[in-house]
Write a protein that binds this ligand. Structure first.
Ligand SMILES: [Zn+2]
Length: 264
């Protein structure tokens, strides 16, 4: 006979009904306001394919965690080290990497980029970031579970136009399985309809208190701002309408993962 542990009870309350149990930011909390140090400092890790993905898919939520005093890391498969001082600032890859760093800085998030090469889905041009093999799984498990030791993890929803997003999602999912499903696992959305498809949110985070800051972070992404910001702006306003707030971010919580620690 199964014991009804606290975790199993929490699991049973997950889904839309469980959303109501999630603690949300205090109404009117200031965007830049630093809150007192939390009782337990959490390690929040958002895994993305590219150096801008965690910030653009979950930037408001990550900023709220950072403001609460938690350690927040954007971990991406591509991006590599920061360009050196002699790098050409007009080069596209340099612009993207520096913009992603600036974006993370504005949100209060640490950006760690692995050095796999990205692909181009539109041209079916593959890089090493999309490769999925036993060895890659082992490397990523070791990295995520042994080095980062996360308390909460976000990653891409697995049905996504971009192969690097799909790879990030699968690698993270397998690491979560290997952990014994021990941390909350949330899926995030990127360019809904264009990249993320068939996405069903279970949880929403009101990001109204960091609305301007997250917009400023987006502006740092000079390569993507004009073409992609309008869609993400529409997404967060529509999610806000669903949530009942001005703007919101939506996530899909894996129902077999714990609900605590909760969303910010
Ligand atoms: Zn991406």
């Amino acid at each position: 006979m199964n014991k009804l542990s606290r975790r199993s009870l929490l699991r049973r309350s997950s889904g839309l009904a469980g959303a109501a149990a999630v603690s949300l930011p205090a109404p009117g909390a200031g965007a830049q306001e630093k809150r007192p140090a939390p009782d337990k400092k959490l390690k929040v890790v958002a895994v993305g394919g590219h150096s801008d993905d965690p910030q653009t898919c979950a930037g408001g939520t990550l900023a709220l965690y950072a403001d609460q005093g938690h350690e927040v890391i954007a971990l991406t498969l591509t991006g590599g080290p920061l360009p050196g001082p002699d790098a050409n600032p007009e080069e596209r890859s340099v612009k993207i990497r520096l913009g992603s760093q600036r974006c993370a800085d504005i949100l209060g998030v640490r950006l760690d980029c692995l050095d796999y090469s990205g692909g181009n889905m539109g041209e079916f041009r593959y890089g090493t970031a999309c490769e999925i093999s036993g060895q890659r799984h082992n490397e990523f498990n070791e990295l995520l579970l042994d080095k980062y030791k996360p308390d909460i993890v976000f990653t891409h929803w697995p049905i996504d136009f971009h192969m690097d997003h799909r790879a990030a999602s699968l690698l993270t999912y397998v690491a979560w399985l290997r952990s014994g499903k021990k941390f909350p696992l949330y899926y995030m959305e990127a360019e809904l309809g264009v990249q993320t498809q068939n996405f069903l949110p279970t949880h929403f985070v009101d990001i109204s208190s960091v609305e301007q800051r997250t917009h400023d972070a987006w502006k740092a992404l000079t390569v993507w701002y004009d073409s992609v910001w309008p869609l993400h702006d529409l997404m967060r306003r529509n999610r806000g309408a669903e949530r009942g707030s001005k703007v919101a971010e939506a996530f899909n919580h894996h129902p077999q993962s714990p609900l605590t620690p909760g969303l910010p």
